[in-house]
Design a protein around this ligand. Structure first.
Ligand code: IVH
Length: 690
């Protein structure tokens, strides 16, 4: 007795919970539970009811399709009910379905199935009378829906008038209104820009857009439509005029034939419809679509198999509002519910601080997820994510899993808002937020372990210290084996240490030592560029060396002084100041100098000054391919001589250097009558000026 009472309570609890969430999902368009969780609870209730049929109540969510329509829309009665589909979550359930079908049809042979993607939008019924679209309705609870004719008419994929002349006088077309992935992303960007609520997924966006009382809003939403069934049809559809061979899948006695006829009348149908043979054909189709899922322009949550022959469909009939002749084979859910255990801070290779949610392990899209990105502080604030929260995680394709939102009603007491630290968790350096950027960045640069590999690779690169032979693989090794903690250490490794690394012999080790020695003699600009200060690329480094004749002066420069330099804006200035403010960075620079790195302090300033007469202030444009040096080199050498190098040709351009295969910039220069020189002439100019 007590057990039975327990079970009854459990069923009531499940029903209430499902009904509540059904309301959020269907009526408010505001799901508060991922579909996978809803499905799981529904199956739990179904299992209970199968075991104890006496527990079934007329209001059980297992006994109906959807929810009551919103009162503001006119109600539409569906003469032919809009059906639901039973779900299969694994291959066994698909096999069971096929077995049931064959048993009922008393067939041992393979069944001919039509396989289609299961679109993730909302079902609508379109009524055409004498070829004109007269009424459109949502599914609602399957028997009664909402009239959304005006809104549907805004969807360009839906014809307002059918093509041809052989359509039945009354034709109800059923299909899915949905929002393609690209349109969804764009819509959310617009919503964000307008400061309005974003949609959690394309399905919600489609539902929210179609169920608008004002069709002027719907018209701005990127909705589309595909047909997959018919409702009332009077008189019956006549066969196509085209003479078809027996067994042609376009025969009107087949589901695929009906869709074919709909297409001839201008109604869109899925390009991925396939007629397959037996259960194996279905499962192959599933695999094929699953591998293509991420590349499809719209979201799908599975595939649908339908017995293709109409007379077989009729024999099979329906059970509680779902056809016995069809089943939805669901893909692993892309969203799931879990607990947020902690928030860690990860420092990326460029110093960006990313808050990462550590989660109670959960299956999402067929993979166990334990981490999800929270992107940045703004996102954390917007979603108000806190440790202890119950969260919805989403993983689509290869994309990093993310926390979509939290369930506020599940929040435990005494949680704290999360704030990113103001010191880097990896190196303790200051963290700064640059104006207009969402990201927080560590200023540790050269010292920060998280940024070491990138910093060292950049330091050794050709336009920086130009250390020949110190490539990516070696950089990884010396960092991973902890031989190098900061970039200065690279000059302290012994021949033996180098020779001991993978794929390094004595010979290459000795060459590397020579290259390191050679790199010690450099220029101020190259050194500055090598430090890898954010926003300080090669040309900014040059600019800086033209305005500061020593590193010491630059290191003490104030933000406003830097901003006085043309082309140096507030962002670059802030990065430069922040970099030199870090004592660790100053120490590394000092060590590098102690290890023998040198340059003629004001080499470029003097060079530029002495050439005041020649190239100063003259504006050059480089175009086409240069063969004797890279464009970067040419740019740097021209800049070192005081010239400006610009990316586009204008009346103010003094000279265009045209390399091989020069294109539109050369044409423009010719049109404007600007002086044009080739690479050889540039070499002469550079030699003469130097
Ligand atoms: S056929 C006779 N085909 O899934 C059964 N439904 O779970 C009528 N859906 O309400 C539906 N893609 O919104 C069918 N290719 C497809 C579908 C599809 C998506 C949706 C539809 C339906 C729900 C049932």
């Amino acid at each position: 007795m007590t057990i039975a009472k327990n079970i009854q309570q459990q069923a009531t609890k499940l029903r209430d919970l499902l009904n509540e969430h059904n309301y959020y999902y269907y009526v408010l368009d505001e799901p508060r539970m991922p579909d996978s969780e809803y499905d799981r609870l529904m199956r739990e209730l179904q299992a209970l009811e199968i075991e104890h049929p006496e527990l079934i109540t007329p209001d059980s969510p297992t006994q109906r399709v959807g929810a009551k329509p919103l009162s503001e829309f006119a109600e539409v009665l569906h003469t032919t009910p809009m059906l639901s589909l039973n779900n299969a979550f694994d291959e066994k359930e698909v096999h069971d379905f096929d077995k049931r079908v064959r048993e009922r049809l008393k067939l041992v042979d393979n069944i001919e199935y039509a396989a289609e993607p299961k679109l993730d939008g909302l079902a609508v019924s379109l009524r055409y009378e004498n070829g004109l679209l007269v009424k459109a309705a949502t599914r609602g609870d399957g028997s009664r829906g909402e009239e959304v004719t005006q809104n549907v008419k805004t969807i360009k994929a839906i014809p307002l008038r059918l093509c041809g002349d052989d359509f039945p006088s009354v034709l109800e077309v059923r299909g899915e209104v949905f929002m393609p992935k690209k349109g969804f992303e764009k819509l959310n960007k617009i919503q964000t820009a307008k400061g309005e609520k974003t949609f959690a997924n394309p399905r919600n966006a489609a539902a929210g857009s179609l169920r608008q009382l004002d069709s002027r809003i719907t018209t701005t939403r990127p909705l589309t439509f595909l047909s997959y069934a018919i409702g009332v049809v009077e008189p019956a559809i006549s066969p196509d005029k085209a003479v078809l061979e027996k067994g042609d899948i376009r025969e009107i006695s087949r589901h695929s034939g009906i869709l074919y006829r709909l297409e001839t009348w201008g109604l869109p149908t899925s390009k991925d419809l396939k007629v397959v043979n037996g259960i194996q054909g279905c499962l192959d189709y599933y695999q094929d679509i699953l591998t293509r899922r991420d590349n499809l322009p719209f979201e799908i949550d599975g595939v649908v198999y339908k017995v293709n022959r109409i007379e077989q469909q009729e024999t099979l009939g329906f059970v509680s509002r779902a056809p016995r002749w069809a089943i939805a084979h669901k893909f692993p859910a892309q969203e799931a519910l879990t607990q947020l255990l902690a928030i860690n801070v990860q420092v990326g290779r460029t110093g960006t601080l990313t808050p990462v949610a550590r989660l109670a392990p959960v299956e999402v899209g067929g993979v166990t997820v334990i981490n999800a990105t929270l992107h940045n502080q703004d996102e954390v604030d917007r979603k108000d994510v806190r440790v202890g929260d119950t969260v919805i995680v989403r993983r689509a394709g290869d994309v990093i899993p993310e926390v979509v939102r939290i369930l506020p009603e599940k929040r435990p007491p005494n949680t704290q808002p999360f704030v990113l630290p103001d010191k880097c968790p990896d190196c303790g350096s200051d963290v700064i937020r640059i104006e207009d950027e969402a990201a927080l960045r560590c200023t540790g640069g050269l010292l920060c372990p998280a940024q070491r590999k990138q910093a060292l690779q950049h330091f050794a690169s050709r336009l920086a210290m130009d250390i020949e032979g110190l490539g990516e693989k070696l950089v990884e090794q010396v960092i991973d084996e902890k031989l190098v903690k900061d970039i200065a250490d690279i000059y302290t490794l012994s021949l033996e240490q180098w020779a001991g690394l993978e794929r390094m012999g004595k010979k290459s080790a000795s060459n590397l030592i020579k290259a390191l020695e050679k790199s010690k003699s450099t220029t101020f600009a190259k050194f500055l560029y090598a430090l890898g200060i954010r926003e300080v690329g090669e040309s900014t480094a040059h600019l800086l060396t033209q305005h500061f004749d020593s590193l010491e002066k630059l290191m003490q420069a104030k933000n406003h002084e830097l901003q006085k330099i043309p082309d140096i804006g507030p962002v670059a200035a802030e990065h430069i100041v922040a970099f030199f403010r870090q004592s660790q960075n100053r120490e590394i620079i000092q060590r590098l100098q102690e290890l023998g790195i040198y340059w003629v302090e004001n080499e470029f300033t003097t060079a530029a000054q002495s050439l005041e007469q020649s190239l100063t202030g003259k504006s050059f444009v480089l175009t086409g391919t240069l063969t004797r040096m890279t464009r970067n080199e040419a740019k740097a050498r021209l800049q070192a001589l005081g010239a400006k190098v610009s990316g586009s040709v204008s009346k103010k351009t003094h000279c265009v250097v045209a390399g091989e295969k020069a294109g539109s910039k050369l044409d423009k220069a010719q049109n404007l009558g600007i002086k044009i020189i080739d690479e050889a002439a540039l070499m002469v100019l550079l030699e003469e000026s130097a």
